[in-house]
Ligand binder design. Structure first.
Ligand code: TNX
Length: 525
C-alpha cells in the first residue's frame, strides 16, 4: 500500500474518532460506566441502546407506586433529552426502544432494595422484588447516561446506554446522612434538595437534628413557645426558623416518595437551651435562660428530677411519633456534661420507655449505652468505641458515624473555608478509605445497623456552604454503605468520582474540588 493511502486512512480514522467524540457517541462498554455506588456486578455485552423520541417508560400493571417511580425517571430525563418520554402501563414486555419496570419478587439475593438491570440494544428492563429496588435501579439508569442528562435545559443527543446486565444490592440496610437544622436553620426546599441527592446515591435515611441549644425547629402544638421563642435565632444571631407540622409532614412525604426515611432527633437531656429558654418550668431553678447563639456544647440540661420534664418529653414524642412513619425516634443523649451520670442513666431509661409507648424504637448517640438499653435500641457511634461496645454487649446494633472518618462538618484540610477540625481533617480519600466493620475488632459487620454521615451546621448557614462540606464526600459514604468492601478501591473510585463532578456541576452543586480527584480527565466525556 502506498504511504499516502495509509496516511489517508489514518486521517479518516482520526476524523471519525473526532466526530464520534463530538457527538458524544459513547463507548459501548457498560463495565466502564462511572456508577456511584459501584454496583455489585456488571456484565457488559458490547452494544448499545438508544434513547429516542420513540422511547417511553412502561411499568408493569396498574400500580400507582410503580407509575410514580416511572414518572420520577421521566421527570429526570425529559428536561435535558427533550425526548418527551411518557409513563405507560403494560402487562407484558413492551416493544423495542422502551424502558420496562417490573416487580418479580423471587430473587432473594436482591433483597428489598436490590435490582437487576438488563440493557439490550432493544430494551432497558429493570426488575426488582420491591418498589424500593426499582427506585434504586432508576438511579443507575440516570448514571449510565452522559453527565449532561442532569442539566435542566435541552441538550443534543445521542442518548446511548451501553448494553449488559447489572445486578446490585446494598451491603448495609441503613445508609444515611444527617442535617443539623438547629445550629443554622435550613428551608424546606434545601432539605428536599438534599433528599434528591441522597436518592441519587441510593441512600435511604435522613436524620434531622431538630433541636439544640441554639434553636428548636419543629412545631409542637402542645408546647407552642418552643418554636415561637426557641426557634427565633441560630448560631451567629441570624433569624433562625422552624418547620410547622405541615411543612415537616411535607418533608417526610417527599422523602417517603424517594424511599428515604426521615429520622427525627430531639436531643436531650443536654443540648436543650432553646427549650429551657422557652419554658422556665423545665429548669431546675425555674428560671429561663437567654437564647444562645454561640457554639459551645455541654452547658444545658433538662431538669431530670422534675415531673414536668417527663410530661414535656411525652408530649413532644407523642406529636413527633404521629408525624413519623419510620420506626425510629432519635433521643440524642450526647455530651450531657451538665447532667450528673446518676441522673442521666434513669433519664435515658425512662425516655426509652416513652418512645416505646408511642410505638417507636430508640436511636441515640453512643453515650446512651451507659443506660440499660431496650432490645431494639440502636447506638450511634460517633465518639467512643467503648460506648458502642457497651451497646453491643447489651444486644444493640450500632450505627456507624465515627467523627474521625464520617463527619461531614470536618474540614478537608487546614485551608478549608468552612468546617471544624476537632476530630480530624477529612480529605476525600480519608472519608472513603475505611471499612465500618474493620475499625474496631469488637464491632463486626453483624453488629452494624448501617452508616450515617452527619453534617453539623455551626459553620455553614446556607445551602451553598453546606454543599461545600457535603459534596463530594457524601458519595463516598454512599458507596461505603452500599458496595461490598472487597470491591471498593480509592484509585478506581476517584475516576468515577471525577465523572460525577460533571454531574454535580450540571445540578449546580457547590462541591469541594479536591486536588486528589482527576476532575479534568473526565471533562471531555
Ligand atoms: C459534637 S457529635 C456534637 C455536636 C457538634 C459536633 C461538631 C455529637 C453527638 N455532638 O453537638 O455539633 O460535635 O462537630
Amino acid at each position: 500500500m502506498k504511504q499516502s493511502k495509509i496516511r489517508g486512512m489514518v486521517f479518516a480514522g482520526l476524523v471519525l474518532a473526532a466526530a464520534l467524540s463530538q457527538t458524544g457517541c459513547k463507548p459501548t462498554d457498560l463495565s466502564k460506566e462511572n456508577i456511584i455506588p459501584k454496583p455489585v456486578s456488571v456484565v457488559a455485552t458490547g452494544s448499545s441502546f438508544d434513547l429516542t423520541d420513540q422511547t417511553d417508560i412502561y411499568v408493569q400493571g396498574e400500580s400507582a407506586e410503580l407509575k410514580q417511580i416511572g414518572q420520577y425517571l421521566a421527570d429526570k430525563l425529559n428536561p435535558s433529552t427533550g425526548l418527551g418520554i411518557e409513563v405507560k402501563t403494560s402487562t407484558e414486555v413492551p416493544g423495542p426502544g422502551n424502558i420496562f419496570l417490573s416487580i418479580s419478587g423471587d430473587d432473594s439475593e436482591l433483597g428489598d432494595e436490590g435490582y437487576e438491570l438488563t440493557i439490550t440494544d432493544k430494551l432497558v428492563s429493570l426488575v426488582a422484588n420491591k418498589p424500593a429496588g426499582l427506585f434504586n435501579g432508576i438511579q443507575t439508569i440516570r448514571q449510565v447516561l452522559p453527565a449532561k442528562v442532569e442539566l435542566a435545559s435541552v441538550q443534543n443527543g445521542p442518548w446511548k446506554i451501553a448494553t449488559g446486565v447489572i445486578r446490585d444490592y446494598p451491603a448495609y440496610g441503613y445508609r444515611g446522612s444527617m442535617l443539623d437544622v438547629a445550629r443554622h436553620f435550613f428551608e424546606v426546599e434545601d432539605v428536599k434538595n438534599l433528599i434528591d441527592q441522597l436518592a441519587y446515591y441510593k441512600m435511604n435515611a435522613l436524620h434531622m437534628h431538630l433541636s439544640d441549644d441554639q434553636g428548636w425547629r419543629i412545631e409542637i402544638k402542645s408546647w407552642p413557645n418552643l418554636t415561637a421563642h426557641g426557634g427565633k435565632t441560630e448560631v451567629g444571631g441570624g433569624e433562625g426558623g422552624y418547620y410547622s407540622q405541615e411543612q415537616y409532614a411535607d418533608i417526610v412525604k417527599y422523602a417517603q416518595d424517594r424511599y428515604i426515611t426521615i429520622v427525627p432527633e430531639i436531643d436531650m437531656p443536654g443540648h436543650t437551651n432553646a427549650a429551657l429558654a422557652s419554658y422556665p418550668e423545665l429548669n431546675c431553678n425555674g428560671k429561663a435562660p437567654e437564647l444562645y447563639t454561640g457554639t459551645e456544647v455541654g452547658f444545658s440540661s433538662l431538669c431530670t428530677n422534675k415531673e414536668i420534664t417527663y410530661k414535656f418529653i411525652d408530649d413532644v414524642i407523642r406529636e413527633l411519633a404521629a408525624l413519623t412513619p419510620g420506626e425510629y425516634i432519635h433521643i440524642g443523649g450526647d455530651e450531657s456534661l451538665a447532667t450528673k451520670i446518676e441522673d442521666y442513666i434513669p433519664f435515658i431509661n425512662r425516655v426509652q420507655d416513652m418512645v416505646e409507648a408511642h410505638g417507636k424504637k430508640v436511636l441515640g448517640w453512643d453515650e446512651i449505652a451507659l443506660a440499660t438499653l431496650k432490645p431494639n435500641t440502636i447506638v450511634q457511634y460517633w465518639d467512643k468505641a467503648e460506648n458502642a461496645k457497651k451497646g453491643i454487649a447489651q444486644g444493640a446494633k450500632v450505627l456507624m458515624s465515627p467523627a474521625k472518618y464520617a463527619y461531614l462538618d470536618m474540614k478537608y484540610d487546614s485551608t478549608s473555608t468552612y468546617g471544624l477540625h476537632w476530630a480530624a481533617y477529612i480529605e476525600v480519600d480519608r472519608g472513603y478509605n475505611w471499612d465500618p466493620a474493620a475499625l474496631e475488632p469488637e464491632i463486626k459487620k453483624e453488629n452494624i445497623y448501617g452508616i450515617e454521615a452527619p453534617l453539623w451546621s455551626e459553620t455553614v448557614s446556607n445551602r451553598q456552604e453546606a454543599e461545600y462540606l457535603i459534596f463530594p464526600r457524601l458519595l463516598g459514604y454512599a458507596e461505603i454503605g452500599w458496595t461490598p468492601v472487597e470491591q471498593r478501591n480509592w484509585d478506581n473510585y476517584k475516576v468515577r468520582l471525577a465523572d460525577h463532578g460533571e454531574r454535580m456541576k450540571a445540578q449546580n452543586i457547590n462541591f469541594y474540588p479536591s486536588k486528589l480527584v482527576p476532575w479534568d480527565a473526565q471533562k471531555q466525556k
